[in-house]
Design a protein around this ligand. Structure first.
Ligand SMILES: [Zn+2]
Length: 327
């Protein structure tokens, strides 16, 4: 993911304004705790904050994106930003790592910028020993240092750490923002839309290409009507068995198939919306199709067989064509 200014981080406008105001007035606390659900953009926001803090030509508390410091952040090589610890290993952060890479390093002088920034992800999962080691530097932080810790749940962070950090909350992402983030990350628009519709405040788990959406045959059914070969083509993309991860969630094959067809219908609707921009009759047809697919969403919710739903995408069109030709 590319680097952003704070103002460019999607879905965190309110907390972004608060932070840039603090940076502009040089009132940013020495230690901050960013709380947010996994996948809401904690790392992106923390990095944007670091970029703003370290920027050599900040504007209204946000980074310029162009100075030597901003360029170093973009190439992931800023010597005054320490963000080596990864969220995934937060549970195994050792005392020696905290002592050498954070506490010791905090007393080093900045090289490029006026400050040094440490990003500490998943701090609620640090061991008590590791947390206590950090505490030594949190109690009397060097003037030039800013710590940005992130957590899924602030109340799970060791109390002594909590009490030395100012807490800021990141918001769950809207489906629209999840869609924009996925598209910016290179996911095709219809797929991004289909996945975002089912998201719950987070882009986590939505990046893997777990499932190919048979968009071409679906569009062909919607626009040109029912043909059994095309229906078969679409149905061949449905899983016929359960993956281990899905089975572990206690889902049945039918439920998983309905879930997948729901994402297909969302992708199809997204694509048909493009037709609304065409003039005249085609826009009207697209509007009708979108309404019809909306109704099929309801049919799926009432446990209608996925095959019947796929067939119905084309059947409505055939009936309509027959009617309009007076047969
Ligand atoms: Zn800059």
């Amino acid at each position: 993911m590319g680097q952003h200014s704070i103002g460019e981080v999607l879905g965190q406008v309110a907390v972004g304004r608060l932070i840039t105001r603090l940076i502009a007035r040089d009132h940013l606390p020495h230690a901050l705790l960013l709380e947010g659900i996994p996948g809401c953009g904690r790392r992106t926001f923390a990095t944007a904050m670091a970029q703003a803090i370290l920027c050599l030509a900040p504007c209204a508390g946000d980074s310029c994106g162009e100075c030597a410091s901003c360029r170093l952040i973009r190439s992931d090589s800023h010597p005054d930003l320490v963000a080596t610890l990864h969220d995934s290993v937060a549970g195994q952060v050792g005392v020696d790592v905290v002592r050498d890479e954070i506490v010791e390093a905090a007393y080093a002088s900045p090289l490029v910028s006026a400050r040094r920034v440490f990003i500490l992800p998943g701090i609620e999962r640090w061991s008590v020993a590791a947390s206590n080691t950090l505490l030594k530097v949190l109690e009397e932080p060097p003037a030039a240092v800013r710590f940005i810790a992130t957590t899924a749940q602030a109340t799970a962070v060791l109390r002594t750490i909590q009490s030395r950090c100012q807490l800021y909350r990141l918001q769950p992402l809207s489906a629209g923002d999840v869609e924009r983030i996925l598209i910016a990350g290179g996911i095709a628009a219809p797929t991004a839309h289909a996945r975002a519709v089912l998201s719950v405040g987070s882009h986590r788990g939505l990046w893997q290409d777990t499932q190919e959406i048979p968009l071409e045959p679906l569009l062909s059914l919607a626009r040109e009507g029912y043909r059994s070969a095309v229906v078969a083509d679409v149905l061949s993309c449905l899983p016929t068995g359960l993956s281990e991860t899905v089975a572990a969630q206690g889902l049945t094959l039918a439920a998983e198939q309905r879930r997948i067809v729901r994402t297909w219908l969302s992708a199809l609707t997204h694509e048909l919306r493009n037709d609304l921009r065409l003039g005249d009759l085609r826009a009207q047809q697209a509007a009708d199709r979108i309404v019809r697919i909306g109704a099929l969403h309801g049919d799926l919710a009432r446990n209608l067989n996925p095959r019947l739903v796929i067939e119905a995408i084309g059947l409505g069109e055939t009936e309509r064509l027959l009617r309009s030709s007076g047969l």
